[in-house]
Design a protein around this ligand. Structure first.
Ligand SMILES: Cc1cc2nc3c(=O)[nH]c(=O)nc-3n(C[C@H](O)[C@H](O)[C@H](O)COP(=O)(O)O)c2cc1C
Length: 347
C-alpha cells in the first residue's frame, strides 16, 4: 500500500490532523500540503458556506491536495438532564469573564448531510470523517466526485465496518490522541486502544491503507508506524503551537509548557469524551451535569471564546495528545521538513 499517498500526489507520509473549531486554519492546511504532507481542514463546526469558503481559501494558497473532515455522527437525542447546575456554574464563570448570563441553546440536529453536500461541491482530494459511518449513498456520491475517503476507527471492529462500507483508508485513532474520541460502536471506555496495538490490529484484519494517529510527535515515531505497515502518521497536537494554527495564544503556551501526564479524558466541554490538558473547568464541572453532545458544546462556546480572548487557559478546551511534552513551536513547513529529516535519520 505504499503508493496510497503517491497516487494522491502527496510526497511525505505526514498527515496534518483535521482540527475543527479554529485551530486548523486554511493557512496551516496549505502550509503542510505545500511542504509535501497532506493538510486536512476540519469543517465539523462550519456551515456549508463556510466549508466552501475554506476550500477556496486553501486553494488560493496551494495547488496541492488537501482533505476536508466532518463529524459523521455523534449528535445525541434530547436527554432528561436538569440543565440548572451546569447553567449555574457557567453563570459564575460568565460573570468572572464579564459575559452576560449563559442561555440554554437548543439540542442541535446533526448538520452532516448539508455539510457533506458542500464538501462534495468543494471536491477536496480527500474526505475524512470521524464519530460514525456515512451511508452507502454518501459513499456513492463521494466516489462519483472522485473524492478519496478516510474513516476514523478507534477499534479493529470499527475498522472492519469502515472497510466493509468501502472506505479507501482508515485513520487509526489510538487512545493517546488529542481531542474527541472517534468511537462509534462500543463504549468509549472499551475503545481506548493504544495506537500501536490498534494500527497492528487494523493492518492484520482489514485490507485498507492505515494512517496511524495518536501521540505521534516526531519523525522517528512516523518511521516506526511506517515500519509496522502504516501508510502515514497523522499528527494533531504537534501542529497546534505552529504560528499558522488558529489556537489562542494561551492554548499554545499551555501546550508548550505541558508534561506528558498532564492530559485527561473529559466530556465537560462538548458532551463527548476528548483528551485535553487538565484545567479548572475540567475540575469543577461535574459529569452528571453534562448535556448531550452538540448542546453542551454550544453552551460552553461563549465561555471558550471569551477565555481565548482574555488568555485564560482555565476555561479553554486545551485538546492535546499524550505526546504533548514533545510539542515544538515552528512554522508548519519547517515542522514538516524537520519530521522528514528525523524519519531519514532512522534509516
Ligand atoms: C485541536 C484538535 C482538534 C481536532 N479536531 C478533529 C476533527 O475535527 N476531526 C477529526 O477527525 N479529528 C480531530 N482531532 C483528532 C485528530 O484527528 C487525531 O486523532 C489526533 O490529533 C491524533 O493525536 P495527536 O493529537 O496526539 O497527534 C483533533 C485533534 C486536535 C489536537
Amino acid at each position: 500500500m505504499p503508493d496510497f499517498l503517491a497516487k494522491l500526489g502527496v510526497e511525505h507520509p505526514i498527515v496534518l490532523a483535521p482540527m475543527a473549531g479554529g485551530t486548523g486554519t486554511p493557512q496551516l492546511v496549505a502550509a503542510v500540503s505545500n511542504a509535501g504532507g497532506l493538510g486536512s481542514w476540519g469543517g465539523a463546526y462550519s456551515t456549508p458556506q463556510q466549508i466552501l469558503d475554506a476550500a477556496r481559501a486553501i486553494r488560493a494558497l496551494t495547488s496541492k491536495p488537501f482533505a476536508i473532515n466532518l463529524f459523521a455522527g455523534g449528535y445525541e437525542p434530547e436527554r432528561t438532564v436538569d440543565p440548572a447546575p451546569m447553567l449555574a456554574l457557567l453563570g459564575d464563570i460568565h460573570r468572572e469573564l464579564g459575559l452576560t448570563a449563559p442561555v440554554l441553546p437548543p439540542n442541535p440536529r446533526s448538520p452532516f448531510d448539508d455539510q457533506l453536500a458542500a464538501v462534495i461541491e468543494a471536491r477536496p482530494a480527500v474526505f475524512s470523517f470521524t464519530f460514525g459511518l456515512p451511508d452507502a449513498d454518501a459513499f456513492a456520491r463521494l466516489r462519483r466526485a472522485e473524492i478519496v475517503t478516510c474513516g476514523t476507527a478507534t477499534t479493529v471492529e470499527e475498522g472492519k465496518r469502515l472497510a466493509e462500507a468501502g472506505v479507501d483508508s482508515i485513520a487509526a485513532q489510538g487512545e493517546e490522541a488529542g481531542a474527541h474520541r472517534g468511537t462509534f460502536i462500543n463504549s468509549f471506555k472499551a475503545s481506548m486502544v493504544p495506537m500501536r496495538a490498534l494500527t497492528r490490529g487494523l493492518l492484520k484484519e482489514t485490507r485498507a491503507p492505515v494512517i496511524a494517529s495518536g501521540g505521534i510527535m516526531d519523525g522517528r515515531e512516523i518511521a516506526e508506524v511506517l515500519g509496522m505497515g502504516a501508510v502515514a502518521g497523522q499528527l494533531g497536537t504537534a501542529f497546534v503551537a505552529c504560528p499558522e494554527s488558529g489556537a489562542p495564544q494561551a492554548y499554545k503556551d499551555a501546550i508548550l509548557a505541558a508534561r506528558s501526564d498532564d492530559t485527561d479524558i473529559t466530556r465537560v466541554f462538548s458532551g463527548r469524551p476528548a483528551r485535553g490538558l487538565r484545567n479548572r473547568f475540567m475540575a469543577v464541572a461535574r459529569e452528571e451535569w453534562i448535556l448531550p453532545f452538540g448542546q453542551q458544546n454550544d453552551l460552553t462556546r461563549p465561555m471558550r471564546g471569551e477565555a481565548g480572548k482574555q488568555g485564560k487557559a482555565d476555561y479553554l478546551s486545551l485538546w492535546a495528545g499524550r505526546g504533548v511534552a514533545q510539542a515544538r513551536s515552528m512554522p508548519a513547513a519547517e515542522l514538516v521538513r524537520t519530521l522528514v529529516a528525523e524519519m531519514a535519520a532512522t534509516r
